[in-house]
Design a protein around this ligand. Structure first.
Ligand SMILES: [Zn+2]
Length: 144
C-alpha cells in the first residue's frame, strides 16, 4: 500500500491509499480518480513543497526545530553533537587542512576548528601527527 497526497482540479487536498504506485498511475491515467471532497475529477498528486530550513536563529535555539526533527535517538544525538561542535569551533571551510597544520606547527593561534578536507588531506594530517577527527556532519549546513 502506498499513500499519496492528492488534489483535485478545484484545489481540494486529500490523502488516498493505493495498492501500488503503478495502481495509482493506471487509475490516474484513465482519469478514474475522483476528489474525496467534491467528487470532481482532475485529481493529481499534490506538489510537495520543499522544506527549506531557513538560516537565522543560530545561537541558543537547540529546542525543537520542527522542520529538522531528527528521526531517531541516534540522529538526535548526532544533531546535538553537531550543534556542540558548531558552537565550539571556528568554521574554516576548505582551508581546514592548511589551518590545522598551521595550528599544529604553531603558525596559527591555537583553537578548535572545523572544515572540509579531502581523504588525502586528512590522511596526510594524521600521518604528520596533526590531531584531526572526522565528523559525521551532514552537508546541509556547510557554509563554504
Ligand atoms: Zn475537489
Amino acid at each position: 500500500m502506498i499513500k499519496y497526497s492528492l488534489r483535485c482540479a478545484d484545489g481540494h487536498a486529500f490523502d488516498s491509499w493505493f495498492a501500488s504506485a503503478s495502481a495509482y498511475d493506471s487509475l490516474a491515467g484513465a482519469d478514474r480518480l475522483t476528489c474525496a471532497v467534491c467528487g470532481g475529477g482532475g485529481v493529481e498528486k499534490a506538489m510537495m513543497a520543499p522544506r527549506l530550513a531557513g538560516g537565522g536563529g543560530e545561537a541558543g535555539d537547540t529546542g525543537g526545530r520542527p522542520l529538522a526533527r531528527p528521526a531517531s535517538p541516534a540522529e538526535a544525538a548526532l544533531a546535538e553533537f553537531r550543534r556542540r561542535v558548531e558552537a565550539d569551533t571556528e568554521d574554516v571551510g576548505r582551508r581546514f587542512a592548511a589551518e590545522a597544520r598551521a595550528i599544529h606547527e604553531g603558525a596559527a593561534p591555537e583553537r578548535a576548528i572545523r572544515g572540509q578536507a579531502s581523504g588525502a588531506e586528512a590522511r596526510a594530517l594524521i600521518e604528520d601527527g596533526v590531531p584531526v577527527l572526522p565528523l559525521p556532519v551532514p552537508r546541509e549546513r556547510q557554509v563554504n
